[in-house]
Write a protein that binds this ligand. Sequence first.
Ligand code: AMP
Ligand code: ZN
Length: 483
Amino acid sequence: MILYNSASRKREEFVPYDPSLVKMYTCGPTVYHFAHIGNLRSYIMEDILEKYLRYTGYNVKRVMNITDVGHLTSDADEGEDKMLKGARREHKSVLEIAQYYTDAFFDDCAKLNIKTPDVVEPATHCIDDYIRIIQKLMDTGYAYFAGGNVYFDTSKLEKYYVFNDFKEEDLNVGVREGVEEDTNKRNRNDFVLWFTKSKFEDQALKWDSPWGVGYPGWHIECSGISMKHLGENIDIHCGGIDNAFPHHTNEIAQSEAYLGHPWVKYWMHVLHLNTTSGKMSKSSGEFLTVSLLEQKGYDPLAYRFFCLQSHYRKSLVFSWENLDNAQGAYNKLIARVAALNPGDGEFDEAAFHELDQKFRTAMDNDLNSSLAVTALYDVLKAKTNDATKLKAIAAFDTVLGLSLIEKAAARREELKRQQVVAGEFTIISESGEADADVEAKIRARQDAKKAKNFAEADRIRDELKAAGIEVTDIPHGAKWKRI
Ligand code: AMP
Ligand code: ZN
C-alpha cells in the first residue's frame, strides 16, 4: 500500500515497525462544542484508513485522545481556554461540558459509521504521564521554567519544522493581533508544556506538579497518551491539516527529545472541508453539524458517501447542492443493490477476486476512495451472478462503511410490504436509470398477463428484447436491464 507521508512529502510504501500490529494514533476532538462536519471529514477518512488496514489483514491498535483541558483559542498557547469558554457559554461545569460533547461526538460518529478507536483517553486522565515527560525534558535541558510556566525550548533542536519549509520569521507565531505576546518565551515558537501562572483566575481543573499547581499544555497530551498506550513508536499519526503546525510539530519536538529516537513513521493529514464562504470552524460559532443535516432530511451516510467521492489530500467544498447530489446517488446505489437477488447463483471466487483487485488497487493508491467507489459500481455492472456481487459489495462496505447491505435488505422488505398491502406491482431498474417508456411496456405486459392474454404478454416481452431490454419476473414485480 502506498501512503503519502506529510513528513517526507512523498508517497511511500507502507511498512509498519512491527507487521503483527499496526499502531495508529488520532488527534481527537476538543470537546467544548459539537463536532462540525469538517472535523468529521477528517475522522471519516481516518476511519477508512483503519478499516482498509484491517481489510488487508493487519491487526490495528488505534488510540484517540479527547481534549478536555489545555487547548487555548489560539493554537499557539494564547487566548482563552476553549473548555472554559464552552462552560461559560452554557452555564455548566467544565466536566459537564466535556462529558456532554464527548457523548455527542460519538453519537455523530455512530451515525456516520465511524468506528470508535480501541482506546479513547481523555487528556485529564493522564496527568502523571505528562509530568514524567516534562520532568525528563527539564532534566535534559529541553525545557525551562519562566514566569510560572514550563516551556519547551525549540532552539535546542537541530530541526524544528517538519511539515513545511517556512522560516521562523515568516511564521510570526506568538504575535497575533489583539493577543499579548508571551514575554516568558525564549524563542518565538517555544510552547507551554505546563501552565501554572494561569491567565484564568477561574481555571477549573488543576493538578499538583513539581512546578506548582496547574494544568498541561495542549500538545503534551498527545505525546503522553500515545506513549502510554502505544509505546515508543507509532506507525501512523493522523489529524486534520491544521494540526500539522504547530500541534504535530510540537508533538514531534517534545516526543523525540524525550525518547531520543524517531517517533512516528507516517503522518497522514486530511485536507479541510470548506464552505463556499471559507473554512468551517467551531470557534466562529457558525458550522454545520450531523444533527442539522438530519433535520434537513439527509441521511448522515449520504455525507459519508460525499466525502468518499473525493481524495483526502484535496480540500473539499461543501454546498447543499453537492450534498443533494450525493444523497440522490446514494439512494440510487441502495436501489441497485436492493435489486440484486441474494438467491441468484453460487459464489464465484474467480469473479470476486477480479473485482476485489480493482478495489484494492484503488485503496492501495494512497487511499483513493473515489476510485474505490468506482470499483463498487463496477461490481453492479460485472458479468457475474448476484450472489457474488452481493459478497463483493459486503466486503468493500466493511471499509467504505455505507451500510449498503443492510439498507438494501430493508428496502427489499419495505417494497415487499408495500406490494402486499397495496397489491402493487413494482418495476426495478437494475442500473438505477429511469425510463418511462420501458416501464409503461412492462406494465402493459403485466396487464396482459392478468387478463390471461399470454400471447400479448409474450409479444411485449419480445418487443422489449428486440430493443435490447431484458425483463425478469420477481415476486410482486419485474426488474429490467439493458443487454
Ligand atoms: P478540534 O476538535 O478542533 O481539535 O478538531 C478535531 C479534528 O478536526 C482535528 O483533526 C482537526 O485537524 C480537524 N479539522 C478541523 N477543522 C476541519 C475542517 N474544516 N475540515 C477537516 N478537518 C478539520
Ligand atoms: Zn494531537
